[in-house]
Design a protein. Sequence first.
Lengths: 48, 361
Amino acid sequence: MLCVDLGDQVMNLHMANQRKLTLDWWSVIAALAAAALIRFHILPHIPW
Amino acid sequence: MSPAIVTPRNSRPAALRLLGLLPGIALLAALGFLGKLTEQSIARYGKAHHLALPNIEYVLWAIVFGLIVSNTIGIPVVFRAGVATYEFWLKTGIVLLGVRFLLGDILKLGSVSLAFVAVELALSIALMTALGRWLRLSPKLTSLLAIGSSICGVSAIIAAKGAIEADDEDASYAIAAILALGAFSLFAFPAIGHALGLSDHAFGLWAGLAVDNTAEATAAGALYSDAAAKFAVLAKTARNATIGFVVLGYAIYWARKSHRQGVENKAAFLWQKFPKFVLGFLLISLLATLGAFTKPQIADLANLSRWAFLLTFAGVGLQTNIRELRKQGLRPLAVGAIGEFAIAGVTLALIFAASRWLGTV
């Protein structure tokens, strides 16, 4: 039950149809935005 | 799965909800960074004192620190929503990792991985179904275990739960079994890989094909080496891409069995279940292949991907509550464990068999 609660409430996978953007799309948008910021030198060098 | 990270449903404004994520994200970052510092400190100490200390990667430290917090003091309410974002960091990290692949390599390695995935899918579904019948698990729990072990763990089980109208309890058992086995694989796979002297390429493929959850497969690859993590993500992404087909197959099977209406629009169903971050991964790889980024920019994006994974690995530890996993009963775990051992063995044999062609082992 607890795990299903997690899926329902945190990941919201069951609501994928009702939500405008799923977690997957948000991760794509975030990564592309970061790539654009780096490509156009808005974000500085990222060290590791 | 830890009850500690279950967050209450709320109807607060988006800005407040985003603010509410910050403490948990800060906890992920702190534990991940502590893991990185620990790795560096041990290496520095060994160098200064001329000691040959084992190099334990930050990945393992981040997971262990997460496990300690989750299984001792637990996760205070204020951190829970942010901790649950580890799935977002995982997917963002995977999309960014696309920059390190040329599209041609993805197509070549992806098609090899897909061929292995086809064998792995057939084997896991057949094996889990037989084991479930033998140990007299409920048919829907058996289906969920088969789906979880053949594709991508928790997400696949949650996606299938609605499609086959399984009980909450069955889904909970299946998820607990898959998570427990994922936690075990995380430590067992790198040890076996080192014992067998697998190359980074071979190990990455193996982890991507046999470890169930994407986070655990990525972490197992990263525990082996940076290059192995790259191949593990690619193989796992190819496996994830099949989620729609398998869930659709099971949805049709259960609809026929219970004489109810099946899936009407199959194309829409497949699109709905398709993991969209795979498209982002391919798009970033395409941009890199077309020369959209300079070499230093590619290095920056790869580093950003590592930072995203750092948060993910801390989340893997934080979301694993050993007491909760033990509560879920032994039979689903037994079915999962026997099946997983067999799948790990067969996928390893496949990789060895294909090694001459791939030059991987």
